[in-house]
Ligand binder design. Sequence first.
Ligand SMILES: NC(=O)C1=CN([C@@H]2O[C@H](COP(=O)(O)OP(=O)(O)OC[C@H]3O[C@@H](n4cnc5c(N)ncnc54)[C@H](OP(=O)(O)O)[C@@H]3O)[C@@H](O)[C@H]2O)C=CC1
Ligand SMILES: O=C(CO)[C@H](O)[C@H](O)COP(=O)(O)O
Length: 477
Amino acid sequence: MSSLANIGVTGLAVMGSNLARNLARHGHTVAVHNRSVARTRALVEQHGSEGVFVPSESTAEFVASLERPRRIIVMVKAGDPTDAVIDELVPLLEEGDIVVDGGNAHFADTRRRESWLREHGLHFVGTGISGGEVGALEGPSIMPGGSRESYAALGPILESIAAKVDGEACCAWMGPDGAGHFVKMVHNGIEYADMQFIAEAYDLLSAAGLSAAEAADVFREWNTGELDSFLIEITAEVLDQVDTATARPLVDVIVDAAEQKGTGRWTVQTALELGVPVSTIAESVFARSGSGDTAVRDAARGVLVGPNRTVSAGDRQGLVDDVRDALWSSKVVAYAQGLEQIRKASEEYGWDVDIATVARIWRGGCIIRARLLAQISDEYAAERLATLLVAPSIAEGLAGRQGAWRRVVAQGVTSGVPVPGFSSALAYYDTVRAERLPAALVQGLRDNFGAHTYGRTDRAGAFHTLWSGDRTEVSTS
Ligand SMILES: NC(=O)C1=CN([C@@H]2O[C@H](COP(=O)(O)OP(=O)(O)OC[C@H]3O[C@@H](n4cnc5c(N)ncnc54)[C@H](OP(=O)(O)O)[C@@H]3O)[C@@H](O)[C@H]2O)C=CC1
Ligand SMILES: O=C(CO)[C@H](O)[C@H](O)COP(=O)(O)O
């Protein structure tokens, strides 16, 4: 072997091979390996000229081709395949070596693996990588966790291949053990919410009579302003696409059942455990599940009556502007909820994740990259926010748009166009700004049927009313 590689990638499907090429294009000598050797050979045959690759056909050969401390990126299917690869690697590694899991792993698995590798004197770096196939090749957003020490050896390499915004790499150390994968999971949860809002916006425009091509023009226009983002950009692309077989817009031919691989569901499950209301993300996950529930949809279609989905387009530009404002406002709520979930998890697990940094590394490379993220990052950097919604520029933005937001939700309700994302975002906004919530009645009911006690507004302690007795109140604390 002529030279040792300074980094290795095992798992050369779409993400792994593109990451390996990105590394090679940035001057790194990249050891490459895949369970089935055909992928390794194909990578070197097709892209060997892009840099220096050191191919291996066995795991032992792959490990031996790396300089120490070894840095190995595992890019295989999440779950059991990741464990299988780690089990094979560990006996071949030496103290101080670094194993990076770049797949979409559950953060609890990452915590387990990190702890196990630490016992062997190895570093395990659970790393969120977002940007899909193109991002992996041209510059993804990278969210590594693991030990601070491992980041010193690995960070410069990852930063060299990450997306750059204003000269800054969209890669930063997120915190110990599972922090990186947690941040990536929530990134995906926000991705779900963002896509649900976009779908609702399109649905309303469509119900107002806009063709797919006209809606594409609207999204293209929105992408020149405050909604500027990757997902808005590709929405215009998808809406513009015409199906060659039928000459109809492709969007009208695609089956209306949204699938999911699980990271959105994990976000919601984890939020339930942490007690963080990520209602917009939950509605987005449920909207996907509901869209695929054909038994229920088939049974209800034509049986359940309601308005016929006609949105008045009398003032078409007014409607378009209102929907744009509802989209911006709802998007802000999804970010507020997701970032709050990261903050809570960071407290729970002692990660000390810096929220401004999270928003900063999401500005480029990842699926949710958006102009708004620079503003969010600046607001979190300026002060410790209880919620993004109270950041001065955000609160002002919401104040100016809430009239439009309410009109859009009302329009959806009265015309029978489902808007679970927009309406749950607005309900959250109204909940957090409320002077008083009907939660007081919930507490009264809980005390009535289960003696669960309640607090009082005028004095400290826990109290119970003797509902089955003389209805006097007793202090229970
Ligand atoms: N696709 C995307 O846009 C994104 C994917 N990710 C994550 O990145 C990771 C890789 O994704 P992707 O490139 O799409 O590939 P896949 O998730 O389709 O995984 C395929 C790769 O996993 C390997 N593999 C599967 N089972 C095993 C096993 N038991 N032992 C060893 N290797 C195994 C395959 O090897 P073989 O060729 O031998 O079958 C192949 O290299 C996943 O965790 C995914 O969640 C993250 C961000 C975006
Ligand atoms: O990780 C990603 C981007 O960052 C993937 O795009 C994401 O896994 C897609 O998820 P789903 O299939 O559930 O929509």
